[in-house]
Write a protein that binds this ligand. Structure first.
Ligand SMILES: [Zn+2]
Length: 114
């Protein structure tokens, strides 16, 4: 990994998240059950639910772990049927969703919530 890439990453993923999205304490996720069609809205507290993803980067004192993003895994159960919807979401270092996988349902909306 070249120094230029490292510096670019520091700018992009550094502690300064350019917009306010990354600072909201929670995510509201709206999902549709594939089995019965129920729309389920669930709230996720970022501080509790997000797992930090680390990458070793070359720092001033040798290799250091740096947070490169977050992972959210959540199982969601509606009230109309017993089918569990399994959500995996990848977020960047500013906790903005990048991509997701859903088993048993369809993701309708993700938004930040105060
Ligand atoms: Zn259902």
């Amino acid at each position: 990994m070249s120094g230029i890439i490292d510096r670019l990453r520091a700018v992009v993923l550094g502690t300064r998240c350019p917009d306010s999205n990354g600072t909201a304490p929670a995510l509201v996720i709206r999902i549709r059950c594939e089995n019965c069609g129920e729309e389920i809205t669930t709230r996720v507290e970022k501080a509790h639910a997000l797992q930090e993803q680390y990458e070793m980067v070359e720092g001033e004192h040798g290799e250091e772990p740096e947070v490169t993003g977050y992972l959210l895994r959540k199982e969601i159960l509606g009230s109309k049927c017993q089918k569990i919807i399994s959500l995996t979401m990848h977020l960047d270092a500013c906790t903005r969703p990048i991509k997701h996988e859903v088993e048993g349902g369809e993701l309708l909306e993700v938004r930040d919530s105060g």
